[in-house]
Design a protein around this ligand. Sequence first.
Ligand SMILES: Cc1cc2nc3c(=O)[nH]c(=O)nc-3n(C[C@H](O)[C@H](O)[C@H](O)COP(=O)(O)O)c2cc1C
Length: 183
Amino acid sequence: MSQFQIAVVVGSLRKDSFNRKLAAALAKLAPPEYSFQEVQISDLPLYNQDDDASQAPAVKRLKAEIAGSQGLLFVTPEYNRSLPGVLKNAIDHASRPYGQSAWAGKPAGVIGISVGAIGTAVAQQHLRTILAYLDVPTLGQPEAFIQAKDGLFEVDGSIGAGSRKFLQGWMDRYLEWIKQHAL
Ligand SMILES: Cc1cc2nc3c(=O)[nH]c(=O)nc-3n(C[C@H](O)[C@H](O)[C@H](O)COP(=O)(O)O)c2cc1C
């Protein structure tokens, strides 16, 4: 079994999501001591504080997956210059009931890809604000704002030659961050 289980949170439900593809390609850049598992957020209900005392099975599953991980990887698109609602919904669910947040202390990396020229920069900044409040130590540098372009991915889904060095460097720093902060 890998030493470090990483819970991957993809902020898109789209079947052909660039962000899910990026998450899969990044996982290939890590050594075997790290394993990556995407958490499902598509079946979460809309967050309602009335349900805090009896959280839905999908919410309990999400919280258990986060609790069982040694680190988090957020890979998100930018929607209207912020993070997608589905991602915020998942974050809110796993942060509750008050005092029982699954997120606290889990080290994280934030990255994202979009078709826009600033490559999810604003969404990532908004996400960092939320993660700071939730006491999630988040890798600050390097930042990675990826724009979807031809050649970014090879046909087998791995990172194309033009971006491999940069993204390998990002991953190396991220993996070190997880190792340093793993609970
Ligand atoms: C509701 C909506 C809002 C969007 N807003 C932005 C935006 O603010 N900035 C941006 O770069 N791209 C924006 N896009 C385009 C996304 O970058 C693009 O749809 C991308 O493929 C989404 O990521 P995914 O492929 O992982 O689903 C938006 C797309 C949608 C559907």
